[in-house]
Design a binder for this molecule. Structure first.
Ligand code: FAD
Length: 392
């Protein structure tokens, strides 16, 4: 293979490009905007920066935040100190840093909009506004709004959610996460180096309705929209069928990051999966395998690394947000259990750090059940008998 074209220069594309260039392949990256403030919370979990330390160890402006308040109606809120802080970037800073790393590794970076790609006898012709580029292989990293219909994930309406918010010129020291009744999603307030990213994501609800919910929350919490900038974007949230039929790779191409639907369907975390899939795609491309086997290897690596876990997450998502059959809406129970059980708090801390796989969550909760129930009962009895309280 001589030349690899990376279509899109967000975290997925620039990560793949950097590794391919370091592996000795001629790599061209095309992005219509290059570094830009892509609509995002910008939160990077411990799972991401422990595997890719440069996401944390750099001199770029960012915030490391540990104090987190989780709130649900009517249970109120609970404070959690994360064992590993969330690292929060402005996306223009993060994207620029990753593009600079790619450039230092030898990637040729071009500001170009890709208009289309055509398969040729050997390789691809990539059409841009200024002409065309020939490449032997394409890595598709054009994000959730991938305009290239023949490659990457084919989303149905059920496989996406809308996310929108405001960059607010204000400061605070902690993260807020607010669950709302009847919403398969949540509101976040993330402090960044010099502003806040305040946003909402939700499945099955129109952008306008989400905006109304968010603005009501901001008003209630005294977060002013004066001087704030609005943002909105699509977020992949594949359902189980979406995962099973996902188009991750085909002849001469692999899709990474959002263009491959690689986002946690419960939390909306996508930055880790963008960087990780860029890494796995480059490993497959740099392997000695025959071309078709490389695509197979990439699919297998994605599945084993995190794909099966996200598929299970897709099955869990509905229950997390709306199952009221057993314990009532899950976010309310989470808040109540966290107040009463240190063991349950540890599980939540690990979920926030990204170190608790969904596939093993049930077993861990069951294993801890005796201790957790004991802690909850003791806390309840203590409040009721000693403090004379009946409400949480
Ligand atoms: C509101 C919101 C909040 C989020 N918050 C978080 C969070 O806090 N933490 C987290 O982990 N994830 C978060 N995510 C998800 C995260 O933003 C994405 O998963 C991540 O950006 C995916 O990276 P990517 O490189 O795959 O795609 P993108 O970052 O979307 O990059 C795609 C790139 O392709 C380029 N491109 C597209 N089409 C073309 C074309 N035709 N020609 C040339 N270039 C093109 C674009 O300019 C862009 O630079 C959030 C998402 C949203 C919408």
């Amino acid at each position: 293979m001589k030349t690899v074209a990376i279509l899109g220069g967000g975290p997925a594309g620039s990560s793949a490009a950097e590794r391919l260039a370091r592996g000795g392949l001629r790599t061209i990256l095309l992005d219509e905007k290059l570094a830009w403030e892509k609509p995002c919370g910008g939160g990077i979990t411990y799972k991401a920066y422990s595997q890719y330390p440069y996401l944390m160890e750099n001199d770029k402006p960012k915030r490391l935040v540990s104090d987190t308040y989780l709130a649900a109606i009517p249970s109120g809120s609970v404070k959690m100190s994360l064992t590993h802080p969330l690292v929060i970037y402005s996306r223009i800073v993060l994207n620029r840093m990753l593009l600079e790393r790619a450039e230092c590794a030898g990637v040729q970076i071009e500001q170009e909009r890709v208009l289309g790609i055509d398969r040729q006898a050997a390789g691809w012709k990539i059409r841009t506004r200024h002409g065309s580029i020939d490449a032997d292989y394409c890595v598709v990293a054009t994000g959730a709004r991938n305009p290239l219909r023949s490659v990457g994930t084919q989303y149905t309406a059920q496989d996406t959610m809308y996310a929108l918010g405001y960059y607010v010129p204000s400061q605070r020291q902690h993260i807020d996460i607010q669950f709302l009744s009847g919403l398969e999603g949540y509101i976040w307030v993330f402090p960044r180096a010099d502003h806040l990213s305040v946003g909402i994501c939700g499945k099955g609800e129109a952008a306008h309705a989400l905006r109304v919910r968010l603005e009501a929350y901001m008003e209630q919490k005294g977060i002013s929209r004066e001087g704030a900038t609005f943002y909105g974007h699509m977020l992949p949230a594949l359902e189980d069928n979406g995962w099973r039929n996902n188009r991750l790779a085909g002849e001469g191409w692999m899709a990474v990051g959002d263009a491959g639907g690689l986002v946690d369907p419960i939390t909306g975390e996508g930055l880790y999966y963008a960087v990780r899939s860029g890494d796995l795609a480059s490993q497959a491309l740099l392997s000695d395998l025959a071309p078709q086997r490389r695509e197979e290897l990439y699919r297998q690596q994605i599945n084993h690394d995190f794909g099966f876990d996200l598929l299970y997450g897709a099955l869990l998502a509905k229950r997390v947000f709306s199952d009221i059959r057993f314990f009532g809406a899950v976010p309310n129970r989470v808040v109540e259990f966290m107040r009463r059980s240190p063991r349950f708090c540890e599980v939540m801390q690990d979920l926030f750090a990204g170190t608790q796989p969904y596939l093993e969550l049930k077993n861990r909760l069951l294993k801890n059940l005796d201790g957790t129930v004991h802690e909850i009962l003791m806390s309840f009895l203590f409040r009721k008998l000693v403090l004379g309280q009946t409400q949480a």
